[in-house]
Structure formats: structure tokens, C-alpha cells
Design a protein around this ligand. Sequence first.
Ligand code: GDP
Ligand code: GDP
Length: 440
Amino acid sequence: MKPIVAIVGRPNVGKSTLVNRIAQTADAIVHQSRGVTRDRSYHEADWNGRSFTLVDTGGIEPLKSEDVFSASIRDQALAACEEAAVILFVVDGTTGVTEEDESVARMLKRVKAPVFLLVNKLDNPDREGDNLWEFYSLGVGEPIAISALHGHGTGDLLDEVVALFPEEDDLTAEPSDPNSLSVAIIGRPNAGKSSLFNKIIGSDRSIVSDIAGTTRDAIDTIVERDGRRYCMVDTAGIRKKSTVYENIEYYSMVRGLRAIDRADVALLVVDSTTGMTEQDQKVANLAIERGCALVILLNKWDLLKDDREREQVMETVDRRLTLAPWASVLRISALTGRSVEKIWALIDAAAAARASKVSTSRLNQMLTEMREFGHTVVDGKRRLRMHYVTQTGTKPPTFTFFVNHTDMVNDTYRRYIENRMRAAFDFKGTPIRLRFRKKD
Ligand code: GDP
Ligand code: GDP
């Protein structure tokens, strides 16, 4: 399935002119066909090796009570926007903001895809600033000046549009069962993984079945609880403990990694009697790198004798979990069953955060607040400016920031932004990714 780029806007702003311009610029047009209705046309296009389908939605006219035809065009436009990877919202820079523009903008706020606000008919590049800024009031992000007629800026625009497409891997990946979450139980030998697993599948509330995994010796176990399905990934190693490898740390790590690769959520079982170790930290970091949500289970909590010991364990967690202060931490005992039931709610919450989508308007509202706060990076005469941000992926949530100087984004600033994002939105339990792209 190719990404869809939908062009919307009220009549006469220059949508068809823009379609033709893009069609010319993105030269490898395969074919052009008219849609089923009068106005919706599809174009196959290619830019920098990424092919996409350009949909001219034919205009979103405000509903005039009896005009059935315009209602159906509106529905078509909406449908196209729902399917779109990127939306190009065209307005007319020579007339300023109209009520019709505002009604289109309102509709777009309900749509998930990133929106580019294109202020068209600004034919003279030197004077493009004149009416540009009033379009901020539409609340769909930063206005971009273009001239569909003369073609200023279409190449740059296409660069940015294509950059927002989902990774090709994501498009070809097998659609997973939306009602099933993959969960990996990882951790050092003797941390209590198999005890936990047995506790889970032994519970009255769990319905359990095995399915053979894709790798030779992998066995996944499906656990059903309250109508939800959890695929416990690669449990073969946990169930039949190999007597040969049992104590080899390395083997258990490799095994864990293989499981992580297929998991939405990783449960890291930590032995509380030793606290969180360097090895635990490594495995946690690998899970994060691979985009897994993470839940830390401090197991064998029953063996801790007093508050001092309990505090010591928590200190190791604080020290080792510097990369993932957002991970949920739960104290359990696989032996007594203490708090084991609570794991499911944490899995659900972490997976939901990992799959979450934040609208472009909410993101840019956050950016506006950050600007008002004034914290940025300055280097001599240069000053880092962030123009625009949009979500470009999920699982884990991935955000692309358009900035004037990508080289000025250092680790400190990245962390600062991540903290702001975590304060503004609920990403508890999931890693998030931040990307920075250049835009003047
Ligand atoms: P649509 O109804 O949104 O598809 O708009 P059209 O593409 O049919 O354009 C409406 C009118 O605006 C036409 O007369 C175009 O020639 C004109 N137009 C479109 N783009 C530009 C532009 O960049 N500059 C100027 N000056 N005119 C434009
Ligand atoms: P694995 O190697 O990670 O699968 O660890 P096991 O599940 O085999 O557990 C290793 C040892 O720790 C076994 O002797 C378990 O009985 C014991 N164990 C596991 N969980 C707990 C717990 O919560 N409390 C106590 N006291 N012992 C536990």
C-alpha cells in the first residue's frame, strides 16, 4: 500500500494547479485516472524513490443544506483525509483567511495525519511574507508560502512530505492481530522468569494455548484474560530450561533479545535480592532501542527483610534506569503471587502509550508553549529555532521536529524536549523517538 497525499481546500485556491505542478515535478507519473465522482482524481507519483498516490479531493465546500452533490464530495474528501499519510491544505494568500478555510481547518483537526498549510498564489518570493502570518490563526501549524502556478518551493515541499511517510518496513510488516499484544519475559537466570510464567498460566483467570513460533525452537503462549489476548513470546526457553545452558548469562541474553524483537512490551524480571544489575540495565536498554515498552518487575520482594533492604533495591533501580525513568516499576513475588495480577494493567497501559497518536495541533501548541518559555540553544550568532513538529510514527511514538539548524540539537536539549513531551502527554511505559530535520 502506497502512502496517500491528500490535497484539500475550498474551491479556487489552486488545488488542481498544485496537483499538476506536483505531477510535473515528481516526474515518474505512472498513470492518472479519474475517480468515481466528478472531482476526485488519483495520480501515481514518485519523489526521491518514494512512490505515493496523490489525491485531489476536489474541494471541501461548506454544506449547503440541499446540495446532495457537494455533501458527497465532502464525504469523499473526508474519506481521503482519513486514509492519507500527509494532507496538503491549500489556502489563497491573496484573499486572506475565509470562513470556508476555517471550516476546513476544523475538520482537519479531527484527522490524524500531519497537515501542511500551503498559502498559495504568493507568486513573488520577495513579498511572500505579506499575508502569510495571518494564516497561523487557522491553528494547523506553520503557513508555508507557495506558488502553484510558478512552482516556487514545490521540490522542498515534496522533500518534507516524503520525509513524513511511514518507514517502508512499517508498511510491509504483517498486520498483527490488533486485539493481541506480544509480551516478552526477560531477565537474568534465576530472576524468577519461569516462576512468574507458571504463576500467570496457572491462574484461574487465564486461558492458555501454545502456538509454534517462527524460529525453530520458539514457542509462543497465548494467554487470554478478560477477553484480551496476550502472546507471551518465545516461552520455550522459560518452560523447558536447558540443563546445559541454564546458568549461562549470555545464552539467556540472546534468548531474551530474540523475544524482544517480536514484542510490544518487555517485562524485565529483576531479582530483588541482588537489585538491578549492569546486565539488567543492558537488557533494558536493548529493549528500549528496539522500541519495546518496558515494565520492570522487582521479583522476590518477599525475601527482603526490612525497609533498609527495600530502599537499597530502589536505589539500584534509580541508578540503573537513567535511560528509562518513565518505565513502570512493580514489586512482586512470583512465589506468593503478590501483585502478579497488577502486571496486566501495566502491560495494557504501556502498550496503549506505545501506540498513542498525538494530533499535530496539540504538538504545535506544546511547541508554542516551549517557545514562550524561551529555553533554546544559542551558539555565537546562531540560535536554534523549532518551526514545526508532527508525529511521524507509532510503536513507539516518533516525532519529527523541523528546525533551522539540526547540528545544534545536542543531547541536553533532546532530553529537555523529551521531558517536556512526557510532561505534556501520557507516554508512561513507552520509549519515544525524536527526529530533527532541517528547515529554514
Ligand atoms: P481549485 O478549485 O482549488 O482546484 O483551484 P484551481 O487550481 O482551479 O485554481 C483556481 C484559479 O487560481 C485558476 O485561475 C488558477 O490559474 C489560479 N491559480 C492557481 N495557483 C495559482 C498561483 O500560484 N498563482 C496565481 N497567481 N494564480 C493561481
Ligand atoms: P528463571 O531462571 O529466571 O526462570 O528463575 P526461576 O523461576 O527458575 O527462579 C529461580 C529460583 O528463584 C527458584 O528457586 C524459584 O523458586 C525462586 N523464586 C522465583 N521467584 C521467587 C519469589 O518471588 N520469591 C522467592 N522467595 N523465590 C522465588
